[in-house]
Ligand binder design. Sequence first.
Ligand code: ZN
Length: 690
Amino acid sequence: MKRCAMEIAALTFATMTLVCAMAFGQTSGGNSAENYDLLPGLDKQLIDTTANPCVDFFQYACGNFSKLYPIPNDRASFGTGTMIVEHGEKVLHAMLQKAAAGGASRTANEQKIGDYYAACMDTEAINQEGLKPLQPDLDRIAGLKDKSELPSLLAHFQLIGVNAFLSFGEQQDFKDATKQIAVVDQAGLGLPERDYYFRSGDAAEQTRKQYVQHIANTLKLMGEPESQAARDAQSIMQLETGLAKVSLDITSQRDPNKIYHIMSLADLQKLAPNMDWSRFLTDVGTPPVKELNVTYPDFFKGLNGLLESTDLNTIKTYLRWQLIQATPGIVFPKAFDEEAFDFYGRKLSGQPEQRARWKRCVEATDTALGEALGQVYVAQEFPPSSKEATLQMVKDIESAMDQDIATLDWMSPETKVQAKEKLHAVADKIGYPDHWRDYSKLVVERDDAFGNQQRAIIFENLRQLDKIGKPVDRGEWGMSPPTVNAYYDPSMNDINFPAGILQPPMYDPKASDASNYGHIGAIEGHELTHGFDDEGRQFDGQGNLTDWWTPEDAKKFEAKTDCEVKEYGNFVVVGDAKVNGKLTLGENTADNGGIRLAYIAFLADAKRKGIDLNQKQEGYTPIQQFFLGYGQAWCGDTRPEQLRLQVQTNPHSPRQFRVNGVVQNMREFGEAFGCKIGQPMMPENACRVW
Ligand SMILES: [Zn+2]
């Protein structure tokens, strides 16, 4: 059940333990951006020299980006990171076309990725199949005679990826990271998260109206008469609103103590007696468990009440909706695909056009067979020299943190010992896993897009459930190698950088060290700092949720993070929407700590290499280049609808604040650009945590 914090779908899960660096790569991809390729490390073309870096550094570093690369119609946002995603899609596309071309010489993995892709591209077969593949499950819903039959059906839904009412999976035990346990979590909403059901204001009300209309449109496509579809959509909305009411809000979900409640099966049965939990667990096929993490007990108490008060017919209507809503549009007839895109893409994200099918099929293949695709990708695209160089930078960043901790004036010697112990236990994972996942049991057929997608989900869910009760595999990755992103996992205490992000401009072998430290160095520092942000600091070096701080140091830490909560909470994004300082605190702390660590590491590197810090190159000193590298990692533009969605659901601050919010806390930035104290990028009072 580990999900990256980026995906909209993941936001209904409380057990998000992965913390990612990026806000790109998750949304929709591009079409008209065919001709873009990777940007160089330091791109002078992007700089708006008419802007004052001391007033608005984002505008200075990135002011020309949107003129050169306006957001394509099939994107909700477009930036430096998206360009790497676009590049990766082209590379993967060529690989998949080759694998799809067939031939007896294909390896087992090439057969799987090639046929998966080919089946996904076969729209004729998909349209011809229509809703037929869904019929057995629709029949099963229609055949429900009594609520007591629900646990078996919900168990089956879990396996095929339909999180109706709840979600079930495995996680590392927060308090004993050597154990893998079962977890049951809140779920079952079709809007991005609970507050969408209650927020006031015109935009929020319009979204709810559009959502109800979207449900009705989908039910009509399934054959319901218009008036019935409208009635059903209302009752689904009402039931989901009931679920939302008892759900934990997205900001609280960041607190591990709020989503960790180990309970015996008997106690869960007492908490929510309207569901036969033994039956559910047996049917989901999990190894026998005596206890599990019930993330947020109040939700299950509320769910119990809803199961009692809602009539069976309404439940059936909701289940039909959940089933169809959870199935990716790409394996459905065009009308369904278009309807889903119209709401989630066009209305919710402001993206005018659907992405090209080939790009969506590349992405779908990566989702289903990420390490089979990744193995081919890495062999072709990720030279050992890149792995060596970026690993060396990670080591330098870790030394920088060692030094940073030693010199902190606010932390007591006792807590410093603990902090260093945790730091030294961090595992560095670069590029790709040492052991590749075995897909031999996953059947992929060339003429069965729907079946492939469903078998892949079942395969993955069973793989996850099979871990329960077994030792942890610390070599496992939560992202596929081509992914343009990175993450920290507090239970593993590891930092992970897939090969996809270790390329220009983030890591550019041809760019200056200054630019590379500003780009990928800051991202490496960001992930490492996650181990010590408001969430990560609650876990120790072994990955256990345990308090290793003296009470005074914890208090001082919180005062320091409060400064960032206020700083970012004042940034106005779009209309009445502001950055949520608490939701974004972990990411902002990681951004601020990350750049400082990269800066310390860069200075050490420059000293080692005898780089003259006053010598300008291409018009900029190495330190200016470092900050420009940082700023240009976040160049780009975002549509207003997507911005609103981002601030309401995504723990990352919008791009301009990831740049300006950070440099205004770095006195070294102001000094490098000759700013005066009191200018916006060099305020008198800056925030600093790490
Ligand atoms: Zn992050």
